[in-house]
Design a protein. Structure first.
Length: 290
């Protein structure tokens, strides 16, 4: 079933819940990356390697069959996996060089790009509720972003790496939207994750990182929260919403990551952080009215 057909009917409450739940789970990923004692790239490898067999298993239970896929779908998933691998490399390194909220915000610049992409693809202006949501989300993102560039210039390198992660993540999401038009979500994510895992293992070895962790709980939790559950829910939701709505939902992650950084590492939250986070949450409420 094509994405166009799916959009003829309002998305179900289940799909919207999956979209939010996936973003909530992914938002706490940076916290677990910091707790892991393997290298940042190696941590990304374990995130994917531990989750991928379970993704394929669940996909098989829901009817995923690799032999039934077309060549174009396999290639799209492979290329998506390459971009996903680069995204995780840049993001996991950036996490250690900036605040958690900043890393998540810049890595989710995909949200803003997808909003513009969604308007361009739909070839029509957003509805009044979508327009209001876009306004609140953009202002909220600007407030959150301003805290990094204006008040914390020492975080600039980490912000740049996270921004690069966001750009590659945008390409990954657009490709996965196309993959999801032709196959179910768990198997599609499994294919992309398998390719990305190879990229990350190679990168960690080349970088000379500690590949085998001495503490396994952070990478195990990362695999089953951020990757299996978080990305699994997000991938399921992709064909049920326009890129504009997906983009706005991604902005939910920086607000939650800011709270996680404050609770776990005592990272300072300013009034602008709270206001920016509140505006993003208001945007999510408004976009649900579409």
């Amino acid at each position: 079933m094509s994405q166009k057909i799916l959009h003829q009917q309002p998305p179900s409450l289940l799909a919207f819940a999956a979209l939010l739940a996936g973003n909530i789970a992914i938002a706490f990923g940076p916290l677990l990356v910091r707790f892991a004692d393997s290298g940042p790239i190696a941590t990304g490898f374990w995130r994917l390697a531990l989750a991928t067999p379970f993704l394929f298993f669940v996909g098989y239970r829901f009817g995923f069959r690799f032999s039934a896929l077309g060549t174009s779908t396999i290639w799209l998933a492979t290329i998506a996996g390459l971009f996903f691998g680069v995204d995780i490399i840049l993001w996991h390194i950036g996490i250690f060089q900036t605040k958690m909220a900043n890393a998540t915000l810049f890595a989710n610049c995909a949200s803003l790009i997808l909003v513009v992409y969604g308007i361009f693809v739909a070839r029509k202006m957003p509805s009044k509720w979508e327009s209001a949501a876009v306004l609140f989300a953009f202002v909220g993102a600007a407030l959150l972003m301003g805290q990094s560039l204006d008040l914390s210039p020492l975080h600039f390198q980490g912000d740049i790496l996270s921004l690069g992660a966001g750009l590659t993540y945008t390409v990954y999401l657009v490709l996965m939207m196309r993959v999801r038009q032709n196959t179910e979500s768990w198997g599609a994510l499994g294919m992309a994750s398998a390719v990305a895992a190879i990229i990350l293992l190679t990168g960690s070895i080349v970088a000379g990182e500690q590949v085998i962790p001495t503490m396994w709980w952070p990478v195990v939790l990362l695999a089953f929260t951020s990757q299996f559950f978080g990305q699994g829910c997000l991938t399921y939701a992709l064909p049920h919403f326009s890129p504009l709505v997906i983009g706005l939902a991604l902005l939910f992650q920086p607000a939650l990551s800011a709270a996680a950084g404050w609770l776990a590492f005592g990272e300072t939250l300013t009034a602008m952080d709270f206001i920016g986070s509140a505006l993003v949450m208001i945007a999510l409420v408004l976009v649900r009215k579409q």
